[in-house]
Design a protein around this ligand. Structure first.
Ligand code: NAD
Length: 314
């Protein structure tokens, strides 16, 4: 039997790539419901899905900020069954917090965090009853590590991770799986939208140092980071497919090995200073990056020696 997969935010980016990949699966293992807030923005998916539309893929309306639309969408599925939920819809926000309104910040939290909460309130009880289901959440490396001028976005992804980590314990009791996919930079509309909005930021509320940091350091390096580290949406879709078809899916999965050394810093230092100092040096003292990397290696060596010593004393 086919697995029923419901994906949110499919008009562009990772959602569009994943919905297309699922629809065109050679073994026809899936029945995909590609959802989007505004179905009139579905042309790209209609074109990409081609003949699979109406066979292994259907497009449905779903706004993660609207409980009624979530209920209507789930009610329209045969037996309301969802085997795999892919929570992908999301939005970014960059800039100094003194230049952002609370309403803008709340929209990010409402979409990225409460959007997931709303989906699970509707879908998780059915999964528990069936004792079957997999919740796959497109989080971010910013769900485990904050990044300069991404304060509220990172907070929204941290919220997602805390929520899922708590639920994952309960899920085990019902034989359900929860997985967080953590991409680094992905080249999608997201990146362009966030950058364009960033350029338009009214910096009059920021002091000169902050405004300069944002314009001349952050925005200047933004494109370069995506160009050197960026993955494609198809690549992230492939990773996600691998996780959702795995017999024993992991709770966390990072999709970009180029980025892993950065997230490792967090786990290497329980005090939490190492990633913060390293990011600082990367941004403000390029020449010191070498020393920072060296310190990191020293710390790793110290830790492995110490755990070796502890092992021996047992
Ligand atoms: P994207 O902007 O192309 O896709 C996001 C989609 O979510 C869009 O189609 C948008 O219309 C949809 N969306 C926004 N609000 C919605 C709502 N209320 N209801 C339904 N849909 C809504 O960008 P993307 O990169 O494909 O983003 C997908 C996910 O990947 C997001 O959760 C994002 O946080 C995450 N992510 C992106 C990157 C990146 O660098 N692009 C990196 C890590 C994680």
């Amino acid at each position: 039997t086919q697995k029923v997969v419901l994906i949110t935010g499919c008009s562009s980016g990772i959602g569009l790539a994943l919905a297309t990949r699922i629809a065109k699966d050679e073994k026809k293992r899936f029945m995909g419901y590609a959802t989007m807030r505004n179905v009139s923005k579905g042309e790209a998916l209609v074109e990409a899905a081609g003949r699979s539309l109406g066979r292994t893929l259907e497009i449905k309306q779903l706004d993660v900020c609207d409980e009624t639309s979530i209920r209507a969408c789930v009610d329209s599925l045969p037996q309301r069954r969802v085997d795999v939920l892919i929570s992908n819809a999301g939005m970014g926000l960059i800039g100094p917090i003194e230049c952002q309104s609370l309403d803008e910040m709340k929209t990010v939290m409402d979409t990225n965090f409460f959007g997931l909460v709303r989906l699970l309130k509707e879908i998780l009880p059915d999964m528990k009853r069936r004792k079957k289901g997999h919740v796959v959440v497109i989080s971010s490396v910013m769900g485990i590590q904050g990044i300069l001028f991404n304060d509220v976005y990172a907070a929204s992804k941290f919220a997602v991770e805390g929520f899922c980590e708590s639920l994952a314990v309960q899920a085990l009791r019902f034989n359900l799986n929860i997985s967080l996919i953590e991409p680094g930079p992905v080249i999608t509309d997201f990146e362009r939208k966030v950058y364009d909005e960033g350029l338009k930021t009214d910096l009059s509320n920021a002091d000169a140092v902050t405004a300069d940091m944002f314009t001349n350091i952050y925005l200047k390096n933004y494109k370069q980071i995506f160009e050197t580290l960026g993955q494609t949406a198809d690549d992230v879709a492939e990773h996600t497919l691998r996780i959702m078809t795995s017999d024993n899916p992991p709770f966390r999965h990072q999709t970009n090995t180029l980025y892993t050394p950065m997230t490792t810093l967090k786990y290497a230092d329980p005090n939490g200073d190492l990633p913060i100092d390293t990011f600082y040096k990367m941004v403000f003292e390029h020449d010191k990056i070498f020393n920072a990397s060296l310190n990191f290696l020293k710390l790793l060596r110290w830790r492995s020696r110490r755990s070796f010593a502890l092992d021996k004393s047992n």
